[in-house]
Design a protein around this ligand. Sequence first.
Ligand SMILES: [Zn+2]
Length: 315
Amino acid sequence: MRATSSLLIATHEECADHRPFPGHPERPQRLQAAIKGADGLGARLLPVTVNESDALRAILTAHDATLPERLRTACASGPQVFDSDDNPISEGTYRAALAAVAASIAAVGEVDARAATRVWIPVRPPGHHALRDRAMGFCFFNNAAIATEDLLKRGIGPVAVVDFDVHHGNATQQHFWERNDVFYLSVHRYPFYPGTGAGDEIGSGPGRGFTRNYPLAAGADNDTYSGAVAAGLEDVLSVVTPAAWVISAGFDAHRDDPLGGMKVTEAGFAAIGELLGQAAGKKPILAVLEGGYALEALSRSVRTFLAALDGGVTS
Ligand SMILES: [Zn+2]
């Protein structure tokens, strides 16, 4: 039995205000499903305030100023498609995307103040496909990259970014491609959307060797998926000693997911959480929600993942 939990939750209710057209898989109900996953784990809820100028300052570490400005303007003129067909927006999308960033940087603040070592950031819209100057793949601002930049700005580095969403985090990889203060590890289905993430993509220049991809064929099960994470974590630790870990936590590799085409179950996400908890030890982990489109499976998977992640620091 665990006496106390070290788990902190950073989220904001406005993340539900991004409302793509009915039937879109990245729907508002995902927020509550992802929050509900932490029920019963004894987590502390961090009050988050959305300050637009603070959020924008953080966004500009990973995006051109034109992107938030274009999104703000587009949302003000009502529901439409933004940048590509898979990014429908509503009037609340800009505020929701700001709130996701606000929660992410509030989490970093808690880590910097040594008030938390395991943080769950259930936010939407997700972020790891959001390019420097345009939205892509349900994503508008890259929450994980922005949180990573904020950690580095506060002198907390190097940072390991581990992305186990079933889709490759193309934008995160691209952002840190030539950097040696961030190691980007991704385990994902390949070939698959968005098309990147081959095994020979390893970074370039000073960042050569600081990107590692584990492309997996469709239908990967718990052992295959968590085995790739385990191997990838060895790669990370052979190159850097991370001062903090940012996890692009997507749960769309679940066997019930309508998009992923993999066979991972709650037990597989528990195994991944345990591996990450062990790799990080007493160093902070900030896990931010990416994909995961089967609501019940999302809640259950978040629960087993967080329980295992938290166990890593208290046991
Ligand atoms: Zn995904």
